[in-house]
Ligand binder design. Structure first.
Ligand code: NA7
Length: 575
């Protein structure tokens, strides 16, 4: 393979926002990069997820890059929450504006990557038979790129059309006059159901688990936000990045729902509901930890569902009861619940009537036959690890990433993996990623990686590798950060719970983007502590420890007993 391989400093997998910004940032540092992308266009998530109603769930003013003044000034979003075509246009604009396409190869998958210890380089193989020889290997593969391989008995017999939300046809679909069925009630389904219902003759929604959804109240960008942004775009972005979630949320960590009066709670939740989107998450400091506080928000949302859905039985079925609010990423909708008031929409509760089989006409549940012209599968993703462990990645000594991650993904800082030198993950497991505004997390990762590679180049170093000790300490910290919260209690894709056989482990870092950024900066400032850095026989640094722990947050006294109990039970504090 070596003779057929193209040489580059850095091979980047994926031409979504992460891969494109990485390429641009490396070029600025004088480092050559090549992006390889499986799709036939750039845009990642926004290239693939073209289902009707697809749009971002973070306000576009914040879900956009801040690294370039010109880009910021010339791009204007048409709505608070941009729709998929506009997000894809933004991705294309970035590719053109920064002249990235000449180093992006489309329609090509990376099949394998092998670390050559002697040369301290990665040997990369594509699915077209050629390859790359590179110093650094960067996985910008996205957290929600690989659809779950759900399969239903008899699905191959179905005579109608089958669509996956995550692989929607580029030419679009026309459901006019059709009977459509949709499986799933996650974010993709909740966004597409109102749009499909408005077009199709009949829409049947097969629901296994109801989800919390808050209204987007989409429309023009709120004037106050636009003014604040226009006054000081840099300051606006910095304020977004200096938050737990990477977006401005008016978080009130010191106000507890369980200590507030019913009138104050109501006023605050009503205000946030009217504003829309994720702002509900920041209302009180105890809802992510204390079940009693979470219950208050659950009851509030249940009431909002009852207000929107005319049939009390349907409203009850649509009300989540099996997980706490916020333990799965809440959905942000436009008219979802009210869609169930339409005469042409039916809700099927899969707990009461499970699917027995697909057949030529449609779906047979234990209750009856449902006939369809088209089926939509909105059944989710093999999140966070799916796109990485489908590549045959072999590190030091030929160790496979799948083996290293057999009990769940292990990383140092969510950026690197022990035994896999010079390999970086952007928004990988162990980083805040999917708990945040992804664009801000991407910016932070790309900038940290580019700084690291420049630092190594300045010192003429050939490789950087997380030590097993630092990786173990980081994994422990990731587990410790989430343990006090309710997050691990849900069967979420954060936990790997939606993929049969996937290890159950909370994958993203729940300590907050702001805290995480501080930790990463401290690690770099200490000369990349927790890494072995070398060129051939020369070892520049071999600091095994990871000592850059965050300061203890200010925790309201009332929550301390719950937190201590959970940390003790999990072995993080002595009994
Ligand atoms: P999600 O949120 O993982 O939703 C998948 C949905 O599909 C969910 O309602 C699942 O029910 C349902 N599902 C999955 N498999 C089945 C089977 N076999 N039978 C019936 N129902 C099934 O994926 P999305 O694409 O909607 O959203 C992913 C993220 O993208 C989202 O969080 C946003 O951040 C953007 P379950 O809950 O497992 O009972």
């Amino acid at each position: 393979m070596a003779s057929a391989a193209t040489t580059t400093d850095v091979l980047i997998v994926g031409a979504g926002f992460a891969g494109m910004y990485m390429l641009h940032k490396l070029r600025q540092a004088g480092i050559s990069g090549q992006v390889v992308e499986a799709g036939s266009g750039v845009g990642g998530t926004w290239f693939w997820n073209r289902y009707p109603g697809a749009r971002v769930d973070i306000q576009s003013l914040e879900y956009s890059f801040g690294f370039d003044e010109g880009l910021q000034r010339e791009w204007r979003w048409s709505e608070r929450y941009a729709p998929q075509p506009e997000l894809l246009a933004y991705a294309d604009h970035i590719a053109d504006h920064f002249d990235l396409r000449r180093d992006i190869r489309l329609d090509t998958r990376i099949a394998a990557a092998t670390w050559d210890e002697a040369a301290q380089r990665w040997r990369i193989a594509t699915d077209t038979g050629d390859g790359y020889d590179c110093r650094y290997f960067i996985l910008a593969t996205g957290c929600l790129s690989i659809p779950t391989e759900v399969s239903f008995p008899g699905i191959e017999d179905f005579k109608g059309s089958i669509y996956r939300t995550s692989r929607w046809p580029h030419e679009g679909t026309d459901f006019t006059g059709q009977r459509v069925g949709i499986i799933g009630t996650g974010s993709s389904a909740i966004q597409s159901i109102p749009v499909i219902a408005a077009q199709a003759a009949q829409l049947t929604v097969f629901q296994r688990t109801p989800n919390y959804s808050v209204p987007a109240h989409n429309g023009p960008i709120p004037p106050a936000d636009l003014e604040a942004w226009e006054r000081d775009p840099r300051g606006y972005r910095a304020a977004s990045r200096d938050t737990v979630g990477g977006f401005q949320n008016e978080a009130r960590t010191d106000v507890l729902a369980t200590e507030s009066s019913p009138e104050d709670i109501r006023a605050e939740l009503d205000r946030r509901w009217a504003w829309g989107g994720f702002r509900l998450l920041g209302a009180f400091g105890d809802t992510a930890i204390d079940p009693a506080a979470n219950r208050i928000i659950q009851d509030f949302i249940a009431e909002k569902i009852r207000e929107q859905v005319a049939d009390p039985k349907v409203a009850d079925l649509l009300t989540p009861k099996q997980h706490y609010f916020g333990t799965k990423r809440p959905c942000v909708d436009t008219g979802y619940f009210a869609t169930f008031n339409r005469d042409n929409v039916e809700l099927v509760d899969l707990h009461a009537a499970p699917i027995v089989t697909f057949n030529t006409g449609g779906i047979a549940t234990t209750a009856r036959q449902h006939d369809f012209d088209a089926m939509v599968l909105a059944t989710g993703f093999d999140a966070m690890t799916g796109a990485i462990d489908r590549i045959d990645i072999r590190g030091v000594g030929g160790r496979r990433i799948q083996d290293h991650w057999a009990e769940g993904p292990r990383t140092y800082l969510g950026l690197t993996v022990a035994g896999f030198p010079n390999m970086f993950t952007i928004t990988g497991p162990g980083s805040p990623s999917v708990l945040t505004n992804m664009i801000n997390s991407i910016e932070q990762h790309v900038e940290w990686i580019a700084d690291c590679l420049s630092w190594l180049a300045d010192r003429q170093m050939a490789s950087i590798e997380a030590t097993p000790e630092a990786e173990a300490a980081w994994c422990r910290h990731v587990a410790e950060a989430v343990t006090p919260t309710l997050l691990p209690t849900a069967n979420s894709w954060y936990m790997g719970a939606n993929v049969p056989g996937k290890p159950r482990m909370f994958m993203p870092y729940a300590g907050g983007l702001n805290t995480y950024t501080d930790i990463c900066n401290q690690v770099a400032a200490k000369g990349y502590e927790g890494f072995t850095i070398r060129a051939g026989e020369t070892i520049l640094s071999d600091s095994r420890e990871f000592s850059s722990h965050p300061p203890m947050p200010d925790i309201p006294a009332k929550l301390m007993p719950i937190i201590v109990e959970r940390l003790t039970a999990a072995g993080f504090m002595p009994a």
